[in-house]
Design a protein around this ligand. Sequence first.
Ligand code: COA
Length: 338
Amino acid sequence: MTKLRSRVIGMGSFLPPRVVTNEDLAQLMDTSDEWIVQRTGIRERRWVEGVTSTSDLALQASRRALDSAGLDAEDLDMIFLATLSPDHFFPGSAVFLQTKLGLAGIPAIDVRQQCTGFVYALSMADQYIRTGSAHRILVVGAEVHSKGLDKSTRGRDVTVLFGDGAGAVVIEATKVETPRSDAHLLSTHLFTDGAFAEELWVPAVSTAFDEEIVDQRMLDRGDQYPKMNGRQVFVNAVKRMPEAVETALEHNGYEVADVDLFVFHQANLRINEAVAQRLGAAPEKVFNTIDKYANTTAATIPIGLDEAVRAGRLQPGMLVALAAFGSGFTWGSALLRW
Ligand code: COA
């Protein structure tokens, strides 16, 4: 029976040109290249300069995704933008992206699921395609972390981990007749456990603390910067990502060995090595960009997909598994026949 499914028809990514090495960070805070590389596998990351915002990075990645699909912005029916570092408190950044693309009228929706944001956005977009409500959707992950990090020694456990960047895909409705071979998104699986919300979060600006959303005491405490229980994040990430991949494979009747490429969210190389080990996946099937871009949160997976295609690692017909874990805690997976 023919089924309406999503298919990726274009992708693009954009990394701001300014490279910030571990040595550069050691000039700002008490850290070292050795500590960062040993604990995380990160060697450098990108930071924006000047007034560049999240929607600016999203725009560049989106244009590239549209170009690679051979489409104009006018061909889109919807936009989803996943980010934890929006241009403003409100409205969402998708509306700024929409207008920068020269569009008006179509729905432009922000997704706030942090490192799992792209998987959530892809899943939501896929539901519109499956029901026939939309034909072509732009799904973007973009982050400007560098403006929201504590660059003193107080913030070193978090600040060394993050970088700026954006990635985008265009998905299109396709009629799948032979599910085992036709290119399409097979499934997405999403999970949340809000009991862990404060293990990785930015406490302020906040409606939860006081009468004003921001006051001097919040700033004095550094509540505007991310706070993380690194160990708790690590332990949960290495458990939840393999579970999410296994759920996807089971749901579709595949085994780990059937997967040609894994594109995981990348917070720490050690996390992804542990995830691959737990799954029993061959390390060479895991595509990594963490050494050069660090954790770009919602942008990591679409950047990874774009780079994997450019590197010739992701080719038509391959089975590709995506998985992410992040603040919330949120986690999820997607399985695609490329
Ligand atoms: N440079 C140098 N020293 C640092 C440092 C840095 N950037 N950050 C922390 N340290 C210090 C700590 O202060 C601590 O010092 P102490 O022993 O004197 O107290 C020491 O290094 C060890 O810290 P610890 O937190 O035990 O290190 P770790 O081996 O657990 O690694 C992380 C820390 C953050 C790399 C690790 O917990 C991790 O990767 N967690 C997951 C993070 C993540 O994925 N976040 C994003 C999720 S989407």
